[in-house]
Write a protein that binds this ligand. Structure first.
Ligand code: COA
Length: 277
């Protein structure tokens, strides 16, 4: 049975397959991220992270927008002279949209259903996988507002885009669509808008076939080595691999070897090892 969690700016539905559909829910403001949305997302992400029934997290937006970025009125102008309020909303934003989301133990999917501007690039890049409507509109519009691609927008576009594209789009503020986002490797898959949910569900099901502990360790390992040198990466991955053997109580590794080497019942190159019967 689907479980619904309501916050004032975010709606979450956890369906019986284990997919948490998290929806930014301020369609009248194109899902711009207000301080309250950040507080709601912080609560939601903590809840999802600690709910064992959740197998995949999908982030999307209500209406025709994923998110129009930071709320220029509530996140910026209204807190310009209030350092305490700034600290609260900045910290909540950093906590959910990067710290929790980028290293979540669950697979995370950005399902970009429309406008994606400015600060929305942070959760977009924090998600493991991005699937977008072909006609979604992306833009680094900060240049038009007289502000920098802040938070860590400048950092994530440097990490995720080719340098030429990062600088070009940050300097011009030109928009691009979902198809172009895939061409630039900002998103993985672009589909017609009417197929977005169905394709996202198919992707979530594919991820749910894997062992969830192995999946969590894999994404964390791949992300963590990004800033390590080769020697450190060798050491870290050796230690992380050992840790996984203890964390994976289903012993996927052992069963995989047994089924491949001894029983010869499956080819791991093509499908996940079957569940322990
Ligand atoms: N911050 C605050 N409010 C925002 C917002 C933002 N980032 N984006 C949209 N809104 C508000 C508008 O002010 C408007 O509020 P109102 O009804 O009280 O006047 C409402 O959302 C609808 O916006 P509107 O511009 O009428 O919708 P649209 O469908 O014609 O256009 C956008 C949608 C996203 C293209 C347009 O709203 C826009 O350019 N927003 C700014 C996006 C941006 O540059 N974000 C980066 C900020 S750093």
């Amino acid at each position: 049975m689907t479980r619904r969690i309501e916050h004032s700016c975010v709606t979450t539905e956890i369906d019986d397959e284990g997919i948490a559909w998290v929806t930014f829910n301020r369609p009248e403001k194109r899902n711009a991220m207000s301080p309250q949305l950040h507080y709601d997302m912080e609560a939601v992400m903590m809840e999802i992270e600690t709910d064992e029934s959740v197998r995949v997290t999908v982030l999307t937006g209500a209406g025709d927008s994923w998110s129009a970025g930071m709320d220029l009125r509530e996140y910026f102008r209204e807190t310009d002279n209030d350092p305490t309020a700034q600290f609260r909303s900045f910290t909540a934003n950093k906590h959910w949209s990067w710290e929790i989301l980028s290293m979540s133990r669950k697979p995370t999917v950005a399902m970009v259903n429309g406008y994606c501007f400015g600060g929305a690039f942070i959760p977009l890049c924090a998600c493991d996988i991005a699937i977008t409507a072909e006609d979604a509109v992306f833009g680094l519009s900060e240049i038009n507002w007289g502000i920098l691609p802040g938070g860590i927008v400048s950092k994530v576009i440097q990490d995720f885009l080719a340098q030429r594209d990062a600088i070009f789009y940050a300097m011009t503020g030109r928009t691009f669509d979902g198809t172009k986002a895939v061409e630039m490797k900002l998103a993985n898959i672009a589909v017609p808008r009417e197929r977005l949910e169905e394709e996202t569900r198919a992707l979530a099901r594919e991820l749910m076939e894997k062992n969830p502990v192995v999946l969590g360790y894999t994404k964390q390992a791949v992300k963590a080595v990004r800033t390590m040198d080769v020697e450190m990466a060798y050491e870290y991955l050796r230690a992380k691999s050992l840790a996984l053997r203890f964390a994976d109580t289903e012993d996927t590794r052992g069963r995989g070897m047994e089924e491949f080497l001894d029983n010869k019942t499956y080819r791991p190159g093509f499908e996940p090892v079957g569940k322990k019967s």
